[in-house]
Design a binder for this molecule. Structure first.
Ligand SMILES: [Zn+2]
Length: 196
């Protein structure tokens, strides 16, 4: 197999990259530096995603968080693996591209949720239901949910993301009104929760 430049992916010709002129050692350093920078950008994106997902909380916030969690661990695992390959100067072009694509996922998804909510000018639709349970997650996520009887067919309950104040205000058995908006991008989100 023809050796390839770790930095730009072009063929190495006689100990030098045919495209960028780097030696294998220099290409390794640049490649690892870029991996580190992208990993930092990814972590920043994941950090920024958490508050962004709570400004206009999607009704399916838990599924969104599970998806972001999977992306988080896959991307970090890939970063560690790529770093190891770079140190051994092994080819990694295809996986590097996948990694670079994954890096922007939290940024894209966070922006999508903010745009979905902030540009949504429709009136919220009131859904009358009752609280059947509640739970809150401590730690970095520190988010609270009211478990209510679902108004959608084929579902038993909805886990409605609410503020800490709403979480404390409502009890099991309370009749409430969940105000849901369709979302500009078609992702339903929770506008407010009121007592019926
Ligand atoms: Zn090169």
């Amino acid at each position: 197999m023809i050796p390839r430049c770790l930095d730009c992916g072009a063929e190495m010709d006689g100990g030098q990259c045919a495209a960028c002129g780097l030696t294998p050692a220099a290409a390794e350093i640049l490649c690892r530096r870029r991996l580190l920078r992208r990993t930092a950008a990814f972590l920043l994106g994941a950090l920024a995603f958490m508050p962004a997902s709570h400004w206009y909380p999607p009704l399916e916030l838990d599924s969104v968080l599970i998806f972001i969690g999977v992306v988080f661990f896959v991307t970090l695992g890939l970063a560690v693996w790529l770093e190891r390959r770079a140190r051994r100067r092994e080819p990694m072009e295809a996986l590097k591209r996948i990694f670079f694509a994954l890096v922007i996922v939290p940024w894209l998804l966070g922006s999508l949720l903010v745009i979905n909510g902030s540009f949504d000018t429709q009136k919220p639709e009131a859904r009358v239901t009752s609280v059947v349970g509640k739970f809150s997650m401590p730690g970095v996520l520190h988010s609270s949910r009211l478990v209510v009887i679902s108004w959608r067919s084929g579902r038993r309950v909805e886990r409605v993301p609410v503020s800490r104040a709403d979480f404390d205000r409502f009890r099991r058995g309370d009749a409430i009104e969940v105000q849901v908006q369709e979302g500009l991008a078609g992702i339903p989100w929770v506008y407010a929760v009121r007592r019926r």
